[in-house]
Design a protein around this ligand. Sequence first.
Ligand SMILES: [Zn+2]
Length: 424
Amino acid sequence: MIRHSVLPKTATAVRARVVFPVAAPPIFDGVIHIEGGKVVQVSAKPPAGVPLTDLGDVALLPGMVNAHTHLDLSDRKKRLGKPGMNMSDWVRLVVAERTTPKKKLAAVTNGEMQSIRHGVTTLADIATYDPFDMPTNECGPRSLRFHEVIGFSQARAPSAHSGLVKKLKRSKAEGAPQLDGTSMEGIAPHAPYTVSPPLLRNLVNTAAEWNVPVAFHLAESKEELDFLTTGAGGFQEILEQRSMWDPWAVPRGSVPLDYLRILTRAPKALVVHGNYLERKELSFLARHRDSMSLVYCPRTHNFFGHDPYPLEVAIQLGVRVALGTDSLASNPDLSVLNEMRIAAARHPRVPAEAILEMGTLGAAHAMGLGHLVGALSAGRYADMTAVPIPDGVPDAHNEILMAILGDTAPPCQTWLGGETVDVE
Ligand SMILES: [Zn+2]
C-alpha cells in the first residue's frame, strides 16, 4: 500500500544540492518552502522560523507527469508479444488480455503504486474501467482518467457516444473528481481504426461542452496509415471479425491531418504517439500548441521498431511534446524518468532541459494541469521527486542533469502535496 509518512500541514522546507524548478532556472543549494501542500517559494535562502530538512547530494525535480498510460494492464510481469511485431497482431493480443472489472481495478491500483515508486505524481490514464468503482487512494498519484470510447461502425457510434455522455453526467451528479476546480476526467476516442471521423467529431464537441481534455492515439503505425488510405489490412480484418467493420466509416485516402483538424475543437488534445506524422502535420500541431500536444512514448516506440521518432523536427517547429510510458504491455516499467533517459540517449541533440520539461511541465500543460503541477513554483502543488546525483559531477546544472539522464538510479524520495510518500 501507499502511505504518507509525514503530514506537514504546517510550514516546512527542504533543501537539495540543486533544485530544477523547470519553470525557472536551476538553483544550487535550493530551498523549497511548503505550506498547506503547495509551494510558497523556491529560493537559495531558507525561510526564517520554518523547520528545514537537508536532502544532501540530490537533485530535486517536480514530480514526474506521465501523459499516457493504460494502468489496467499494470499487473503484467512482462511485455506482450515480441519486439518489432505488427501493430494489428499486438492489438489482438491486448484484446485477448482484457480481464474482469475487479482485476482491472486491482491492476490500476497496482499501477498507481508503481507510478509513485518511480516518482510519478500526476498521470493521464486511459480508463476502460468505471472510475467510480475505484477504491479511494488519497496517497496515489493525481490521476486524470480518460474514458475510452470505441465504436467504429456508423451503427455503433450513437450508443458509444451516449454511453460516454452518461458517464460524464453521472460524474457531475455524484461529484466529479477535480483538482482545484479543474476536472480530472477526459475523453479518449481510441484510434482511427476504432473511432470514425463523425464519432470523433461528436466526442470532441462533447469535450468542448464539458470542458474536458481529449486523448487520441494517432499515426502510431504504418499499418494504420495504410488502413486510412485503403480501408484494408490487419485492422480491417480485426473489425470484420468483431462485427464492427463498416466500409463507409472512413473516407478512402484519409490522412492523420484530417483527424488533427477535428481535434482542434477540443479544449486540450493529446495526440498520442504520432510516430508517423509528417512535417506539415507537426507544423499544424505547433500552430495549435496552446491546446494540442504530441505525446511521445520512447520505449514503446522502440519496442515496435518504428522509424526514427521525429522529435528534433517537432521541437524545432515548436510542437509541445509530452512524455508517456504507455502500458506494461509494451514497456518494462511506468517510470517517466526512464523514458527521459531513453529519449536523451536517442536524441542527443535535444537539450536535457527540454527532455526534463517533456516529462514534467510539458506533460502537465498537455493535460490542462500546467497551472497546478509539473513545476516547482509558488502556488503549484509541492509534488516533487529527489534523484541521486552520480559521484564526481561538478556544480554545473546541465552536467548534473545530463549525468542523471545518463544514469539508471531510481528516485530516492517523492512528495505529494508536500508529504513524503512511501510505497511498501
Ligand atoms: Zn495507448
